[in-house]
Design a protein. Structure first.
Length: 522
């Protein structure tokens, strides 16, 4: 007996010393949990409607359940939360209310179920059964592509709502009735649907909350889907990255002692014409709106952001006087040999060209052909002269040469120096495009170099004096002829107007003329 006790103790000690866990090293597990079996089985009919029902899944590995209340969607909706317990590699989900008779129930688990070690989500997990003798079997299929590149959009969520659900409710967080995701080819299929009238959209649900959030890419089907049989959408859904905030408002307002008002906006303007400021000057830069003029005691609440759903003007704050000073001018090598722009901290109101001087690096003075306040940006002045090519140029502004809003003057002598490219260092691009709307020339860093208005039957466009490098072309259509490209809008339930990015970039070399032809409607 004593020897037996010793043997048992040795065995227990051996087991206690064993280390249970993952082996170190090796490749990271990126495979999501796989369902081995489900109860009831997928598509099973005549499920009892009595409270206390259950659906369970056995997985091929240990899993965890997270954020179930946020991730689980049940159609038709349940009034009470679903509870869960786990035994081994099986998860049991319970509901406590009575189900509706003769209904197909769909459970969509989102990212709620993850593997225990790496957190890989079983993101496509869906289960369906019927409390009646038959399952709903109708479906909607389609695909999602990028509006500009026509590239297939994989991994995007597709939401289906009853058509009677107002768009305002979707904007404020109503959850979809049916959900699926696009595959690697951008295709999707929403299954187990009954006959009905539906609206459908797709989003890049970055925050995984089943709600479109401003900035997330969005696509939608503009028309009501009347589902009486399996339906495939005729057109691809056009997905566009969004930035506009549907509810617009003024974040804050400040004013200095000379009446220069700076207002911070909740989003960028599509056009300065969105702002009504009768009798006042206005300028927009990003999310900053500048207002000035007479009277200087204007009430910011009289400044109107047209078509804003909500208009709130925060309390105005007095700020120190915005000193009138030179902000920036040309730097490094400049393309233009005849125009230079100079920016100031306040709107420019008056110029004295006789107090300005332009010289080349050899100290030879250059005739200034014109100095004017920019029509596009009242904080800038534009200087016209023949700078020469390959030369170093210096522009001098003497005290009093520039006057800013509030009768503020330059008090010091300011100098700005830059150089220009030789023509042999630049390129020319000739583009043949037969379309209406606009054509954008975009540099490698994403900057829009130039925008050209298009009409059918135009002569080829010539983009001169380009620095060598890679460029992209983007076409924006204007079918509604409102003078601007309209992107996708959930609020207006509107498709984006047609647009396209040229499939391949154009590489231009110094002292070359490059010719391309592009059919944007292909």
């Amino acid at each position: 007996m004593g020897r037996l006790i010793v043997l048992i103790a040795i065995v227990l000690l051996a087991f206690s010393c064993a280390q249970v866990g993952l082996p170190t090293g090796g490749e990271k597990d990126v495979t999501p949990p796989q369902v081995l079996s489900a109860t009831p089985s997928l598509g099973q009919t005549n499920i009892p409607t009595t409270p206390g029902g259950m659906v369970s899944f056995e997985f091929d590995e240990y899993v965890n359940v997270r954020q179930l209340s946020a991730q689980l969607l049940v159609s038709p909706p349940l009034q009470k939360p679903v509870e869960w317990v786990m035994k081994g590699q099986t998860v049991y989900f319970f509901w406590s209310e009575e189900l509706q008779k003769d209904k197909t129930y769909i459970f969509q688990f989102g990212d709620a179920i993850v593997d225990l070690n790496e957190g890989n989500a079983a993101s496509e997990l869906m289960h369906a059964f019927s409390t009646g003798a038959q399952m709903d079997t109708l479906s909607i299929s389609g695909s999602v592509v990028d509006v500009f590149s026509n590239e297939k959009q994989k991994g995007k969520r597709v939401f289906v709502y009853d058509w009677d659900v107002p768009v305002d409710s979707i904007l404020t967080g109503s959850l979809p009735q049916f959900v699926t995701s696009t595959d690697d080819d951008g295709a999707f299929k929403v299954s187990y649907m009954p006959e009905g009238e539906y609206r459908l959209l797709s989003i890049d649900d970055v925050d995984r909350n089943y709600v479109w959030t401003d900035g997330e890419a969005l696509a939608l089907c503009p028309n009501k889907i009347v589902l009486t049989k399996n339906d495939t959408l005729e057109n691809d859904l056009l997905m566009q990255k969004t930035h506009d905030i549907d509810v617009k408002y003024f974040v804050g307002a400040s004013r200095d002692s000379l009446g220069l008002i700076k207002m911070e906006l909740s989003g960028e303007l599509g056009s300065i014409d969105e702002i009504e400021a009768p009798g006042l000057e206005k300028h927009n830069s990003g999310t900053d709106l500048w207002i000035w003029g007479h009277p200087i005691d204007v009430d910011p609440s009289t400044i109107i952001w047209k078509s804003a759903d909500t208009l709130v003007v925060a309390d105005e704050e007095p700020i120190d006087l915005v000193d009138f000073k030179f902000v920036k001018g040309p730097e490094g090598k400049q393309v233009s040999g005849s125009t230079a722009k100079f920016e100031f901290s306040r709107p420019v109101t008056f110029l004295k060209p006789n107090l300005m001087k332009l010289t080349r690096g050899d100290s030879v003075e250059v005739e200034i052909k014109g100095v004017a306040i920019s029509e596009e940006n009242p904080f800038e002045i534009e200087v016209e002269a023949s700078f020469g090519r390959g030369d170093v140029v210096e522009f001098t502004m003497l005290p009093g040469s520039v006057e800013g809003q509030g009768r503020q003057f330059l008090s010091d002598t300011l100098k700005s120096k830059w150089s220009t490219f030789k023509l042999s260092e630049l390129s020319e691009l000739v583009v043949s495009v037969d379309a209406e709307g606009w054509l954008e020339l975009i540099s490698a860093n994403g900057t829009v170099v130039k925008v050209v208005d298009l009409e059918r039957g135009m002569e080829p466009l010539r983009f001169k004096n380009l620095t060598p490098g890679s460029y992209a072309l983007r076409w924006l259509g204007d079918p509604n002829s409102n003078g601007m490209w309209d992107g996708v809008s959930l609020e207006d339930w509107r498709l984006p107007e047609p647009a396209r990015v040229m499939p391949s970039n154009i590489k231009v070399r110094a002292d070359w003329t490059h010719e391309v032809s592009w059919d944007v409607y292909e």
